[in-house]
Write a protein that binds this ligand. Structure first.
Ligand SMILES: [Zn+2]
Length: 337
């Protein structure tokens, strides 16, 4: 899908930009950036810049989706206007660039729409987009995609910290959860209309920035000890099945792992230090912020709970059972690097 789009895009640019050459003098043979051979000139297609009044726009994206390492995006350009000097784009854009937007983080607001708008637009927290719970075609943008919104807080996924720096945040109007008499969190569901809106928005953003499926996450995935959103009723599987958004395990692989587990053996092993260490390592390998120690602490339980919200939403008790363990292994087999 990506590849096909890229080639179609490239072909149309090559046709429309034949008069525009993009010269790049990196010496590919010597691989020496500091001493490029003057004879090494590589021509690349250059996207055209259009003007609307004072504002300049790229109108095409000729990035290589296989790499995401020399990304030339479309959208409005922001340039300096130093007094008395002229900034030109004779050698623009440089090849060495990529997107800052590498993650997409989903949240619920735990507030109704009116309060969500007020808090996210007038206070210290924010998100790039807010998806209301009405069956209409409106989505609110609150922050420019090129700027940081304050939605993730202290957070980590794999080796990336402070994900506000590298993410687009989407807040979804939803009342979150209430705790019942037994202490269980009871969550509020999402309407189909709202999920359709979220899916269309996520797809648009993920396609433009080439955000990897492994980087489309819930707030609880990146801040498991503090957050529960978007909660176990957020339909990650439906988004994966129907819109090719985010991660999901292959059922056959999961079942295969499950049949390899001997229930009796599992029950005797589950609370032993080597097994706990193994599970903690698998969670860490997948991306969660957890340090393998061989013993479960309160925060570890919350990591398991966050994992279950996302990948085993029928039971989210924070305990490693056979199914949770099989799902985690299937996901690691499919996605971990
Ligand atoms: Zn959140």
């Amino acid at each position: 899908m990506h590849k096909a789009l890229y080639f179609i895009g490239l072909a149309s640019i090559a046709l429309s930009c034949t008069t525009q050459k993009y010269y790049y003098t990196y010496d590919a043979k010597s691989k020496n950036k500091n001493n490029p051979s003057p004879n090494t000139v590589i021509e690349k297609p250059k996207p055209s810049i259009t003007h609307q009044g004072e504002v300049e726009f790229f109108t095409q994206n000729i990035a290589n989706p296989a790499k995401n390492d020399n990304t030339i995006s479309y959208g409005s350009l922001v340039s300096a206007k130093p007094k008395g000097y002229k900034v030109t784009k004779n050698f623009f854009p440089a090849m060495g660039q990529n997107f800052r937007q590498r993650y997409l983080i989903l949240h619920y607001t735990a507030l109704d729409e009116t309060k969500s708008v007020a808090v996210l637009s007038q206070q210290a927290v924010s998100a790039h987009y807010l998806v209301n719970d009405l069956d209409n075609n409106e989505i609110f943008q609150l922050v420019d995609e090129n700027k940081r919104a304050y939605h993730a807080g202290v957070s980590r996924w794999r080796n990336d910290y402070n994900l506000n720096d590298a993410s687009i945040g989407i807040e979804i109007v939803n009342m979150g959860f209430k705790t019942d008499a037994s202490g269980k969190k009871v969550f509020v569901g999402y309407s189909d209309a709202q999920i359709k809106k979220v899916a269309a928005l996520v797809k648009d953003i993920a396609d433009r920035y080439m955000i990897a499926p492994t980087n489309i996450l819930g707030h609880s995935d990146i801040a498991p000890t503090r957050k529960q959103d978007p909660g176990p009723l957020f339909p990650w599987k439906k988004l994966y099945d129907e819109y090719q958004i985010g991660m999901w395990y292959d059922d056959a692989t999961m079942k295969n792992f499950l049949t390899q587990i001997n229930p009796e053996e599992f029950n005797t092993q589950v609370n032993t230090s080597p097994f706990i260490f193994k599970v903690q390592t698998a969670l860490q390998q997948f991306g969660y912020d957890i340090v393998p120690s061989g013993t479960w602490d309160k925060n570890n339980t919350k990591v398991v709970e966050a994992f279950q919200y996302h990948f085993r939403p029928s039971l989210y008790d924070g305990k490693i059972d056979m199914e949770t363990w099989a799902i985690l292994q299937a996901l690691n087999q499919k996605y971990s690097k």
